[in-house]
Every structure is written in C-alpha cells, then in structure tokens.
Design a protein around this ligand. Structure first.
Ligand code: FES
Length: 61
C-alpha cells in the first residue's frame, strides 16, 4: 500500500526509514531521495513514527 502517492513510497519503505532512524517525515523523504510535493501523506507518516515510538516504549518497559 502506498503512503505517499506523489513519490511512490510504500508503507514498508516508510517503516524501513523509521527503523533506520527517521524521526520526522522530512527524514523519511530524505531516506528515499525525494521531497514532499502535496504533503497529504505527512500526517500518516507522523502517525507511523508515533506508533513506532509507542511500540519501542512498550518494549522497553
Ligand atoms: S502524497 Fe506524499 S507528497 Fe503527495
């Protein structure tokens, strides 16, 4: 499933960028060598980053 239709970034690619250290949407774009265009996907990327942080916090407890 695509998260970013403008740049063709799929959900698994966003997760890979987050796993690689991306902590904000701009870093997800950078990891894939592109820039936001319409920015409609930014909220979903932020949610994925927040979910990843929550999962890590849970795992640390
Ligand atoms: S959907 Fe990601 S920049 Fe447009």
């Amino acid at each position: 499933m695509y998260v970013c239709n403008c740049n063709g970034i799929r959900e698994r690619q966003v997760r890979a960028a987050i796993d690689g250290g991306a902590s904000k949407p701009a870093e997800v774009f950078r990891a894939h060598g592109c820039k936001p265009q319409c920015a409609r996907c930014v909220c979903e990327m932020r949610e994925m980053i927040d979910q990843s942080r929550e999962a890590l916090r849970y795992a640390a407890e």
